[in-house]
Design a protein around this ligand. Structure first.
Ligand SMILES: Cc1cc2nc3c(=O)[nH]c(=O)nc-3n(C[C@H](O)[C@H](O)[C@H](O)COP(=O)(O)O)c2cc1C
Length: 170
């Protein structure tokens, strides 16, 4: 089965989780890893936070992928001001082919404020695009370097969904 992981990461935490997820998936099939690259994103924390809070959509480098080719789609972002990063907002707006798909949404975060809200925002977007089953997990930034810990969080999030668990873990 083909899977794809599309993520945004500013300081590398979400990228690490995306890579761990990809490693698991690749043991059982193909797992493409795509990083969203934003164009002209503000560098200052405050501006980034304000934009995210306003649910802004920053320009991203074009991703010409039809998601309908994939059995499993994973989308990851850091939590910014209780919301997804603007690059993920943009991708969620423009992506195509989510109808009837299984989706894994994941976020990394600092304090933990807004994790649920951020995932709710993403879930609403993918539901509007026709996603069938949606699974979510979140990993605190201090845990992303501990590969086994991050793997446990992912395993735990998927354990009640045997099809998906098998898809990721074989
Ligand atoms: C602009 C900005 C806003 C943030 N807002 C939140 C927040 O609302 N809640 C939270 O728990 N962490 C927040 N964080 C922390 C990040 O979610 C956390 O460091 C994350 O792991 C960064 O992922 P990355 O390294 O993939 O960019 C924020 C970080 C930045 C830069």
């Amino acid at each position: 089965m083909k899977s794809i992981i599309i993520y945004y990461s500013h300081s590398g935490n979400t990228a690490k989780v995306a890579e761990i997820l990809a490693e698991h998936i690749r043991q059982n099939g193909s797992g493409e890893l795509i990083k969203l690259e934003s164009i002209n994103e503000p560098k200052a924390f405050f501006t980034q936070a304000v934009q995210a809070f306003k649910r802004a959509k920053t320009k991203i480098k074009p991703i010409k992928i039809d998601l309908s080719e994939y059995a499993l789609i994973c989308l990851g972002t850091p939590v910014w001001a209780f919301a997804p990063a603007p690059a993920m907002n943009k991708y969620l707006e423009e992506c195509k082919g989510m109808q009837g798909k299984d989706i894994i949404l994941f976020v990394t975060y600092g304090s933990g404020l807004g994790v649920r809200r951020c995932l709710n925002i993403m879930e609403k977007e993918v539901r509007n695009k026709g996603a069938k089953k949606i699974f979510r997990f979140s990993i605190q930034e201090s845990k992303v370097d501990k590969q086994s810990l991050a793997s446990e969080v992912i395993k735990d999030a998927l354990k009640n969904e045997s099809n998906l668990y098998q898809h990721v873990y074989g």
